[in-house]
Design a protein around this ligand. Sequence first.
Ligand code: IPE
Ligand code: IPE
Ligand code: MG
Length: 247
Amino acid sequence: MVTDSLSQLLKNGDVPSHVAIIMDGNGRWAQQRGLPRHAGHREGMKSVREAVEGSIQAGVGILTLFAFSTENWKRPPREISALMSLLELYARKEKADLVSQGVEVKVLGELDRLGTLTRRAVDGIMEDTVVGKSLRLNLMISYSGREEIVGASRALAREVSDGRLDPDEIDEARFQDMLFTRGFPDPDLLIRTSGEMRISNFMLWQLAYTEIHITPVLWPDFTRQHLFSALLDFQGRERRFGRVTSS
Ligand code: IPE
Ligand code: IPE
Ligand code: MG
């Protein structure tokens, strides 16, 4: 079944170069089993592995995972510290495998808000995976799409007030250059698990023309098979970018 859909999507060609995932539903997964929420977050690490390995198999070049939003800082301190410990654990435990799989990890977001230990773990995994060539994995942590846009505006305003930039020179390319995602293409496909029909402040600039696939599967139940199904769904889409279909 897994190999069937993988070979089908490879045969179809047109595998998206950049896939982004809003990994949602860990709390509900745990709740359904009478477990504490952090048990769902822990189980969700397996799905991260599935998404990474599935992306490599399918030939996706960039995988961007929404792991922790700026708004998630408003959760109970116990849940936040469980999430941060898991991030440190992921960085430590998965590093060797990520290196051998050729994955380059970038952690993007307001990293100044992370504690010292988490920051160290994050810096370590970025340094050690820098040579990875088979997949670029962006982990979005302490990330807010609106904050990112405000930050880019602030940086451009500073260049203008320093006399280094003429306001008339500000265009989309220059703006994009100020975002965390500078240098790589917008996501072709966004997957959200757990059935929620919203963006939740994720990549507001970059998702302008991204195809959206929402699955009811809760993140801890997500496997590479679900990724392959989403990629097959993407291959059936007609992307028009505002134009009309040529007949
Ligand atoms: C996603 O799962 C993980 C994070 C947002 C950090 P949730 O914790 O949001 O799980 P639900 O949505 O409450 O089920
Ligand atoms: C979005 O999920 C953030 C991440 C997956 C990291 P949330 O669970 O925080 O989003 P809402 O609250 O359902 O919109
Ligand atoms: Mg949620």
